[in-house]
Design a protein around this ligand. Structure first.
Ligand code: FCB
Length: 488
């Protein structure tokens, strides 16, 4: 089982342990009970976007198997379950409320209550109704208003039965993967769109906050951000790594905590900035009760040209090159490289991602570097006055195989043990971390990677829908069981 020093807060039942999932990744049943299409249904149906054109039509069939899944969750001895509610199940295209959608989550939450499992519900884990995308999606400010209305419906209905409301999961992914790099739904690759989507997402969060507070007074309300801290490969790259952090970390957390965007990024991308209305930053920086932190890995950054350039950066470079070819304001005696550098400095990032050789990686290619979680938490805590923190996602993709009913996911349970130790250290160093959710309860639809990547602590046989606890899950079960009995 997992083990922590005797005096560790993690051994105390007040520290919440949970498992996490998201609606589109597990529910399936996309065509039933008047659920509307989401942008992920559309994206999956577009050739070339998702591995082997997998989709969420069946996924883990959790919509139908939720009772046995709640049993499964309870068997792990966890305190809480982080789920997400599918907006397309709740609000119909004409704006009406879909009672059948609410009923499903009612059944699910009732089953969890019976097992004494606390609910953390994310209102937006990327499945935007397609009918809203048809009107511009997150590029349309009106979507933020619609989100607040949807949040009102859900929180009026469930009130305090949901202990933790999360407005958005990872607005970085929704905005940048979805609208800037085009690798997630809705697949738009455009610099200005990325920043506009981000602003509207943060507005949506801010607009929903007072509504959630009014409807669920005893619950905690917050947001989940993803963090991939940037490390310089060498001394000359320190500034580049700082800029990368400004662009990918502080661009999201600073407006929430301090009501402003980092000026370095604002200046660098000034031609792509959205219109910010007078009251926007006040709306966005509405006080939150907790910050959800999703952490998987770190990223290495160089300001030079050496190293293996990541696909995302490569795409950016290609677009910059096209602009060089098309632009008539480049001086004739500049070399191509100089022109490119100039354009990159003006309009694009001035750093590149590098892949370190000979480091441990998970199946999805992400470096395993637990110390980055500790550094992230302590850094954020010293820069911002952080509210209570929950690690809302952390976990590893492993190329799992089932052998005689056993899945020995050694890399995953080592990953959990070592990351949890970092959480323990962070608490000792003064960060107010109150809980930890493993991503994920079970293998599921991993977005553009389809079903190829397995993140579950429970193995799912997609043919039979049979669930099998992997060793990493058994270690949670044992540790949390012992904790419950006061044996630690
Ligand atoms: C996060 C997502 C989650 C899952 C993990 C692996 O970015 O929030 O849904 O896909 O990555």
């Amino acid at each position: 089982m997992y083990k922590f020093p005797k005096d560790s807060k993690l051994n105390n039942p007040e520290f919440i342990f949970g498992v996490a999932t998201a609606s589109y990744q597990i529910e399936g049943a996309t065509g039933v009970d008047e659920r509307c299409d989401s942008i992920w249904d559309t994206f999956c149906a577009t050739p070339g976007m998702v591995y082997k054109q997998h989709n969420g039509d069946i996924a883990c069939n959790h919509y139908n198997l939720y009772e046995q899944d709640v049993e499964l969750i309870a068997s792990l001895n966890v305190d809480a379950y982080r789920l997400s509610i599918a907006w397309p199940r709740i609000i119909k295209e004409d704006g009406g409320i879909n009672q059948k959608g609410l009923d499903f989550y009612d059944r699910l939450i009732t089953a969890l209550e019976k097992k004494n499992i606390k609910v953390m519900a994310t209102l937006y884990h990327w499945d935007l109704p397609q009918y809203l995308e048809d009107k511009g999606g997150w590029l349309n400010r009106e979507t933020a208003v619609k989100f607040a209305e949807y949040a009102d419906v859900v929180s009026q209905y469930f009130g305090d039965r949901i202990s933790f409301y999360v407005t958005l999961n990872e607005p970085w992914c929704s905005a940048f993967h979805g609208y800037r790099y085009g690798i997630h739904a809705p697949g738009i690759a455009d610099e200005a769109s990325g920043f506009l989507a981000c602003h509207n997402l943060l507005l949506a969060h801010g607009m929903a906050m007072p509504i959630l507070r009014k409807n669920a007074k005893k619950s905690q309300h917050g947001i989940v951000l993803n963090f991939t801290p940037n490390y310089p490969v060498d001394e000359p790259s320190i500034e580049a790594a700082q800029f990368a952090d400004d662009e990918h970390t502080h661009w999201f957390i600073k407006p929430l905590m301090e009501g402003s965007y980092p000026s370095s990024v604002f200046q660098h991308f000034k031609n792509y900035m959205p219109i910010i209305e007078d009251n926007d930053m006040a709306i966005i920086s509405e006080k939150i009760d907790f910050l959800g932190v999703n952490f998987y890995s770190r990223s290495m950054v160089t300001n030079g040209r050496q190293g293996k350039v990541s696909d995302t950066i490569l795409k950016k470079l290609e677009r910059a090159e096209i602009r060089i070819l098309e632009s008539d304001d480049v001086l004739e005696d500049e070399t191509k490289a100089e022109q490119l550098q100039k354009l990159m400095n003006q309009k694009e990032s001035h750093y590149l991602s590098v892949e370190l050789q000979e480091v441990e990686r998970t199946h999805i290619g992400w470096e395993v570097h637990p110390e980055a979680l500790l550094k992230l938490l302590t850094d954020l805590n010293s820069i911002y006055k952080l509210p209570p923190v929950y690690i809302t996602e952390n976990g590893a993709a492993v190329d799992d195989h089932i052998l005689d009913g056993v899945v020995d996911d050694e890399q995953r349970y080592r990953y959990y043990q070592n990351h949890l130790l970092m959480v323990h250290e962070a608490i000792k160093m003064g960060v107010d971390v109150r809980g930890y959710f493993a991503w994920s309860l079970m293998d599921n639809f991993e977005w553009a990677e389809g079903y190829k990547m397995r993140f579950g602590i429970v193995y799912v046989d997609y043919e039979t829908q049979e669930r099998t606890l992997k060793q990493s899950a058994i270690k949670f079960q044992e540790f949390l069981g012992a904790r419950k009995k006061g044996l630690l």
